[in-house]
Write a protein that binds this ligand. Structure first.
Ligand SMILES: [Zn+2]
Length: 367
């Protein structure tokens, strides 16, 4: 049986939570603050159902959406490939979904809690997987990339961030490829969805709106006529999504992509009922986007001030997270700190100098 390793995979949530009062500012929860129990299906609107699957990390759950699709249902997001998620699906299939067929599986993005059971579900029902190409490629790549030890690029990245040699040596003894420990083998073929596509699902037309920064090509589904938005991890009500500089592309600017996506999503109607992957459906899209934007810009400014003296990524944790970073969260904290530092670099507010493989950052302008 597969077990979710605490330190495995990419968690969806940032370590920099904004606090209860702040993160609910301007939001309302028309369906209340309690979600469905495992195996239960809550009807949100005509032909739109909400179910929840357990997640072992601090997230606790992922929301999945079941859309009436002709004679059957389309599944949006799937949960991890771990026993409790499979059991929750079995309960749904034998209960609220009894007698109904599944028409397709749609995934918002490649993170394991979203895509973990995509292969299992599509094979079980003999249906296609629909998702964006970059997300499908990432999932295919990561499930195939299993090694006895981390690749050299990982050591370079950890050293650059300022990890001590003892910690780096400890990583060297671990295997690589934990993604596949919680993700069922991916379908080899898929149906591509892209920006601006309209997916006709049952009586509803869902428009694909792509966001980036949390992952490369995240699909949100917006159904304007019914006032609904399946937001995945692109907009979460309670927690800031994790935005990390990835090992695959260490010169990328994911936080820049994320801030640009926030601005793009502000073009959507403010009165949509947002269906997030974690937390409860809410209204107040623009207020939430503004709060996320402010949160990141505030952290960037604080980080800029902190760089009056040269710092490594590991020296920035107290400023960014205001909490102690333990061994389990070191990888996530590092990825997020690197994303913020990289953003300051791209904004030409910080300069990077590499000494002995370690990146040192300092502020280069007032601010
Ligand atoms: Zn995610």
């Amino acid at each position: 049986m597969k077990r979710a390793d605490k330190s495995s995979a990419t968690p969806d949530a940032s370590l920099a939570d904004d606090g209860e009062a702040y993160s609910h500012k301007g939001l309302t929860y028309p369906l209340g603050r309690k979600g469905p129990e495992p195996g239960e299906l809550i009807r949100i609107a005509d032909g739109v159902g909400w179910a929840r699957l357990p997640v072992p990390w601090s997230l606790k759950h992922i929301n999945v959406w079941l859309l009436d699709d002709g004679d059957g249902v389309a599944i949006v997001d799937t949960g991890l490939d771990i026993a409790p998620c499979r059991e929750a699906w079995e309960t749904l299939i034998a209960g609220p979904l009894a007698g109904r067929s599944v028409t397709r599986v749609i995934c918002t993005h490649f993170h394991p809690d979203h895509i973990g059971l995509a292969g299992w579900l599509t094979r079980r029902f003999g249906v296609p997987l629909w998702m964006t190409r970059e997300e499908w490629l990432f999932a295919r790549m990561l499930t195939a990339d299993v090694r006895d030890a981390p690749p050299e690029e990982a050591f370079v990245y950890w050293r650059a961030a300022g990890w001590d040699e003892k910690r780096i040596e400890a990583e060297a003894t671990k295997g690589w490829g934990r993604f596949s420990s919680v993700v069922s083998p991916m379908p080899v073929s898929f149906v591509r969805v892209r920006e601006g596509d309209t997916l006709r699902v049952g009586d509803r037309d869902w428009r694909v709106v792509i966001g980036s920064g949390h992952c490369p090509e995240h699909a949100c589904l917006v159904e304007e006529a019914g006032g609904l938005m399946i937001a995945g991890d692109q907009v979460l009500p309670r927690i800031t999504s994790n935005v990390s500089l990835s090992l695959s592309e260490p010169e990328a600017d994911p936080l820049g992509d994320w801030l640009a996506s926030i601005a793009k999503l502000k073009a959507l109607a403010d009165d949509l009922l947002v269906l997030p992957s974690h937390g409860e459906p809410f209204t107040g899209l623009h207020a939430r986007l503004d709060a996320l934007d402010e949160g990141h810009r505030g952290r960037l400014d604080a980080l800029h001030a902190h760089l009056a003296e040269p710092r490594r990524a590991v020296d920035c944790f107290p400023i960014l997270f205001g909490r102690k970073i333990d061994d389990n969260s070191l990888g996530l904290a590092t990825g997020e700190a690197m994303a913020h530092l990289r953003r300051l670099e791209v904004e030409e507010r910080a300069a990077r100098e590499t000494q002995g493989g370690v990146n040192w950052y300092r502020a280069v302008r007032g601010g």
